[in-house]
Design a protein around this ligand. Structure first.
Ligand code: T1G
Length: 694
């Protein structure tokens, strides 16, 4: 049963017991109402305590029930709260660890609240593209005041319970055992005659509520671009201030129903689930034992190696940082220190914390010093020969059971594993630059990578606050393999009639953080050039526009050479459209005998995004990614895909795969159409009227 009922010294104790976080699913909601009815009928009971078992009071509505009939099956959360609030005997909510969303709304329906310190108190619904839907926008302002409540509701950010101790939210802060103190408190109020206080009857005190709400609206509007929920939160709170509790609840309900249908909310919920689903590997049970990781080795103190090392140091793990030359080692350490110093300057780190972290790094030139490491990650030059030297050396030096990881972004992890006698301990850990900032970590599973190595790395990824996605072995894994087709279309469109600034503007308007040409100038056009040269060897019949090669032949590698697709002024990253490049592109089309045509922004966006979708479908077919939401998480956390669209695969579902396939067929009939053969998975799903994520 999702709820336990006991009585203790004349107090009924209703314990929420729906692991992992006491989500308020149907059986939990039913159990609460039944418990309350039992308590009312028991003359020996004078008051009721509601408390959560395990790691939370309650994490809110049971998100696993979202979009299922159970989510709205009576008793709904509204009904539960009404029964709580309407109880003749006082109800005391006893809060520890987490009281979020519907969990906090339930507590607000109680007559009293007792809390331990260290509990996360939040109404995070806005992060799911909705808003508190069970009276939270009306009761929280009456409990903690308008300003604190509005900040909590619009940001969705948790506040620690002790920070709210002085407000009207808590009637008692437990110093010892929460249940003991809640029962004692309940006995006290149970002995008092009613009626017992209801949060809904309180006034919202504010010297200038209207002015503050307008101020909040002005502040939120620019930040909430593309996200409708934050402003709706303000609307609901404002309704409560202006029209009173009941009308406020009605407006909250209207806003909730409107928001839960929006594509933005679907995208945010998809990202929430996708983040958690990514850590689940279909054939690796969650009970798989993990290896202890207490010491990490990083080989290479360059940009990637230094950034990688910082991730582990930030999580409190000591890192031995190996380089081949002293000056490279010192340069790497200096860069790490500089990164931390800028965090200190921004107030994100204290000076002593900086020193603590630097002290966790042991620089060395000797492989011997890696022999105690539980995990060793190499971030050396991207060349198979160099990897071979590193891994055959590691095979001799690393202790038994050490995990040997490569940060390679393009090389075959199976080949790298074969440089050792322990391929089962070898895995790819592909960080994205800057490695200490970007959330995405592609965990590349070799044919022989063992399950406990995967389970260990996925758990470690959480510890270093990365979104880890498992990829099979293929050229470019998930992200870069898809981006190659995206860039290929971008180049075709230059040849056919577009210019770099138009392509970038169109796709940035769609929501990408950065268009393909600004991105390429930032990363370095020579990187793509090297990949294309390899591609021309491996797949000579794969058509590419050579326009980017022309650009590179002139040395225009991007920001690092002061000129790329765009012109740059010294010391300034602003991309200025380049007359030289535009003329070169027009001349190139002429040379190819292509009559340039006007390409619409819609076509630009469609071809770039559907290029990602089609390659993503092939990646699913080949089992390189196990689920579409993994591909979406790669693009949301590693490639600047707009969060409010949920990732390329969810976006395709929103457009409808029937329409996606029709668009692909349209482009297949155009110039450069051979790139547009729809993946079988697209055709299959479209025919069944399904989506990638359904
Ligand atoms: N319902 C069901 N399961 C949940 C859940 C929830 N609300 N929240 C988390 N889980 C699962 C999660 O999927 C994972 O499962 C496990 O718990 C541990 O989560 C009417 C409509 C609560 C702070 O948005 O912020 O109430 O992977 O890894 O780091 O107004 O989870 O183990 O199988 O994140 O300790 C509002 C979202 C819902 C809270 C715990 N509530 N959750 O963090 O563990 S909408 C939220 C969190 C709502 C009402 C509206 C965090 C956490 P698995 P975890 P954690």
């Amino acid at each position: 049963m999702a709820v336990d009922y006991t009585t203790r010294d004349g107090i009924a104790v209703i314990t929420l017991n729906n692991p992992p976080v006491n989500g308020l699913g149907f059986s939990t909601r039913l159990g609460i109402v039944e418990g309350l009815e039992k308590a009312q009928a028991d003359a020996s009971v004078s008051a009721i305590v509601i408390i959560g078992a395990g790691k939370a009071f309650s994490g809110g509505a049971d998100i696993t029930e979202f979009n299922t009939p159970k989510a709205t099956q009576e008793p709904t959360l509204h009904t539960v709260i009404k029964v709580v609030e309407g109880s003749a005997k006082p109800v005391v909510a006893a809060i520890h660890s987490v009281a979020m969303g519907g969990g906090l709304e339930l507590a607000l329906g109680a007559h009293y609240r007792v809390a331990s310190a260290g509990a996360q108190i939040a109404l995070p619904e806005v992060k799911l593209g909705i808003l508190p839907g069970a009276g939270g926008t009306q009761r929280l302002p009456r409990a903690v005041g308008l300003e604190t409540a509005l900040n909590m509701i619009v940001s969705g950010a948790p506040v620690m319970s002790e920070k709210l101790a002085g407000t009207g939210l808590f009637d008692h802060m437990a110093q010892g055992d929460l249940l003991d103190e809640a029962v004692k408190f309940a006995q006290k109020v149970g002995a008092q005659s009613g009626p017992h206080p209801k949060v809904r009857d309180r006034k919202i005190e504010h010297p200038n509520a209207e002015g503050f709400i307008q101020f909040a609206r002005n502040g939120v509007t620019p930040l909430a671009k593309n996200f409708p929920a934050p402003l709706k939160c303000i609307d609901a709170v404002e309704a409560g201030v202006k029209l009173g509790f009941d009308k406020g609840v009605a407006v909250e309900r209207e806003c909730f129903v409107a928001l839960v249908q929006t594509p933005e909310s679907r995208a945010l919920r998809h990202a929430f689930f996708g983040e958690r689903a990514a850590s689940k590997i279909p054939d690796v049970p969650s009970s798989t034992p993990v290896r202890k990781i207490e010491r990490v080795g990083v080989i290479g103190a360059g940009t990637m190696g230094g950034g990688i090392a910082m991730n582990f140091v930030n999580a409190g793990l000591p890192v031995t940082l190996l380089e081949t030359k002293q000056e490279a080692l010192e340069r790497g350490l200096a860069t790490i220190r500089k990164n931390y110093e800028s965090a200190v300057k921004k107030g994100r780190l204290t000076a002593e914390k900086l020193e603590e972290r630097m002290a966790l790094i042991t620089p060395t030139l000797a492989y011997e010093d890696l022999k105690e490491a539980d995990l060793i990650i190499e971030a050396v030059f991207e060349e198979l020969g160099v990897k071979e030297q590193v891994f055959s050396k590691l095979d001799q030096v690393a202790k038994k059971g050490a995990i040997l990881a490569s940060n390679t972004s393009t090389l075959d992890v199976n080949k790298i594993a074969a440089f050792t006698k322990r391929p089962e301990d070898v895995v790819g850990m592909h960080f994205f630059s800057p490695a200490n900032v970007m959330k995405l970590l592609e965990v590349v599973r070799g044919a022989k990578t063992s399950k406990d190595v995967l389970a260990t790395v996925m758990q470690l990824a959480k510890k270093i606050k990365k979104t880890a996605v498992v990829s099979g072995v293929c050229d470019g894994f998930i992200g870069n393999r898809m981006i190659e087709q995206y860039l290929r279309q971008a180049l075709f469109m230059l040849e056919e009639g577009a210019l770099p600034a138009q392509v970038d503007r169109a796709v940035e308007k769609f929501g990408f953080a950065m268009g393909p040409f600004r991105m390429s100038d930032l990363a370095g056009n020579d990187i793509g050039w090297a990949i294309r040269k390899r591609r021309y060897q491996e797949k000579p019949d794969l058509k590419y526009s050579k326009i980017a090669d022309r650009l590179c032949e002139t040395g225009r590698f991007g920001q690092k050479t002061g000129a790329g697709w765009y012109d740059y002024k010294a010391g300034d990253r602003t991309a200025h459209p380049s007359k030289i490049v535009d003329e070169m592109i027009v001349a190139y089309s002429k040379e190819q005998g292509v009559t340039r045509r006007k390409i619409s922004d819609d076509e630009i966006v469609e071809r770039l995004v559907l290029a990602l979708v089609n390659e993503g479908a092939l990646i699913l077919e080949e089992g390189i990614a196990s689920k579409a939401s993994d591909i979406d998480m790669v693009y949301l956390t590693g490639y600047g895909f707009p969060l409010y669209r949920g990732g390329p695969m969810l976006y395709a579902d929103t457009v409808g795969l029937y329409n996606v396939e029709r668009a692909m067929r349209k482009y297949a009939a155009q110039t450069n159409g051979e790139a547009w053969k729809p993946a079988a998975r697209v055709t299959e799903l479209a025919a069944e009227g399904r989506g990638f994520n359904s």
